[in-house]
Design a protein around this ligand. Structure first.
Ligand SMILES: Nc1ncnc2c1ncn2[C@@H]1O[C@H](COP(=O)(O)OP(=O)(O)OP(=O)(O)O)[C@@H](O)[C@H]1O
Ligand SMILES: C[C@@](O)(CCO)CC(=O)[O-]
Ligand SMILES: [Mg+2]
Length: 397
């Protein structure tokens, strides 16, 4: 029986360079954002598992014996090294009343929950009767890793409920983190959740959600950056909706169609990520304006490359033009096709110029805010340590 009320949180991310190319084995540089997803666990009615996902309009509850029977039927074998199969996902859709091929946020979120719950419990034992609520400070489907933050929270919570990882929060502590070994397990199960949502994820987003900070990611290899200077970044959400799964599939199609043209673009993006890593690691902790031009050039070149890959959007072109008119440099971040862009704010940018750029971006119908990067990865909290705002959002559902 689960008797505690606890909250798991995981950060969203910003990809500085390497989105899309990273799916094809190239290097990406990514940093954790100070916007998080929160998952609250509470003891639930005996024999019931309830899930409330207000961000995507889901409120479901199941009898635990029914989930056990479904687990046996789909032969979920609890192997974190195996991808979810088409047959397993079809059976889960049928159980949850989700139409075949449905890709709406609520369908994908429910499917990812059911898959992870059954596969994890097949390996480590039943999930006890609990009520789960997930809320997020991240916009959904905007390029900031909301799917990965959700999957990381689910993986940590479900693994903890089944006893596969510890509950590291001691009496009297407000927050706690898991060991490296436990984080590795959380990350590998979060990747399975990302597969349900994305189709073919690289794993960079769930790695940042798990470990936080700033890291280099290539083909599953995660290397924390040696030193990350304090960078001022303006984040702009164009609010144009898009699906990471569809955009990733589109890039694959383009590469298959024009390999000789597209592969050099991927190689160039890879080189930008590597050069950018060297530049960042050589910078002082608080870089001055003279360090920024090279970073700005990398942004400009990569934004062109991403347009060549077909993941640009008129709203992102607009974002780049507006910031360029204030001598600021931007690129899309995440999957593109709308969603968010990032703009570098060199330290000599006057507060008036930043304010004017923000106003012009808002006049386009965009939303923008300054961010802090390098936030901590997946964390366990006691409820009383959370802000009133987060507690309020969790209580709403
Ligand atoms: N708070 C949440 N609650 C439940 N499901 C969520 C939540 N946030 C995201 N999701 C799931 O993740 C999906 C969005 O994932 P998608 O990968 O398309 O966008 P993203 O992760 O925000 O952007 P990117 O992958 O480019 O960083 C939603 O459709 C939904 O299924
Ligand atoms: C577009 C992509 O490269 C980043 C999405 O945040 C997809 C992935 O790496 O899984
Ligand atoms: Mg995603």
């Amino acid at each position: 029986m689960w008797t505690r009320e606890l909250v798991v949180s995981a950060p969203g991310k910003v990809i500085l360079h390497g989105e899309h190319a990273v799916v094809l084995g190239k290097v990406a540089l990514a940093v954790a954002l100070d916007l998080r997803t929160f998952l609250r666990l509470r003891p639930g009615a005996e024999g019931r598992l309830s899930v409330s996902l207000p961000g995507v309009g889901v409120r479901r509850s199941w009898d635990t014996p029914d989930l056990r029977a479904l687990r046996e039927r789909i032969a979920a074998d609890g192997d974190e090294s195996k991808s979810p199969s088409v047959e397993q996902l079809d059976a889960l859709r049928e159980f949850a009343g989700i139409a075949a091929g449905a890709s709406a946020p609520d369908s994908l979120a429910t499917l990812a929950f059911l898959y992870m719950c059954l596969a994890i419990s097949a390996k480590y034992g039943d999930v006890p009767s609990v009520d789960i609520v997930v809320c997020s400070e991240l916009p959904t489907g905007a390029g900031l890793g909301s799917s990965a933050a959700y999957a990381v929270c689910l993986a940590a919570a479900l693994l903890m409920l089944c006893g596969a990882i510890s509950c590291p929060l001691q009496e009297g502590e407000s927050t706690a983190r898991w060991t490296e070994e436990e984080l590795t397990l959380i990350n590998s199960w979060a990747f399975r959740g990302e597969q349900v949502i994305h189709g073919n994820p690289s794993g960079v987003d769930n790695a940042v959600g798990t470990w936080g900070g700033a890291l280099r990611y290539q083909a599953g290899k995660i290397t924390p950056l040696k030193r990350v200077p304090t960078l001022r970044i303006l984040l702009t959400n164009t609010k144009v909706p898009r699906s990471t799964k569809i955009l990733v599939a589109g890039v694959k199609e383009k590469i298959l169609k024009f390999p000789a043209i597209m592969n050099p673009v991927l190689d160039s993006i890879d080189a930008i990520s590597q050069e950018c890593q060297s530049v960042l690691e050589a910078m002082p902790a608080n870089p001055s304006a003279e360090h920024y031009p090279v970073l700005e050039e990398f942004f400009d070149i990569n934004q062109h490359h991403l347009n060549v890959l077909g993941v640009g959007h008129p709203s992102l072109d607009r974002l780049c033009q507006v910031t360029a008119s204030h001598s600021l440099h931007s690129k899309l971040t995440g999957a593109g096709g709308g969603g968010c862009g990032i703009t570098l704010l060199p330290p000599d940018t006057s507060p008036l110029a930043v304010e004017a750029a923000k106003q012009d971006l808002c006049a386009c119908g965009f939303e923008c805010w300054e961010t802090k990067i390098g936030a901590p990865g997946v964390t366990l909290h006691c409820c009383s340590s959370l802000s009133a705002q987060v507690l309020h959002a969790l209580a709403q559902s």
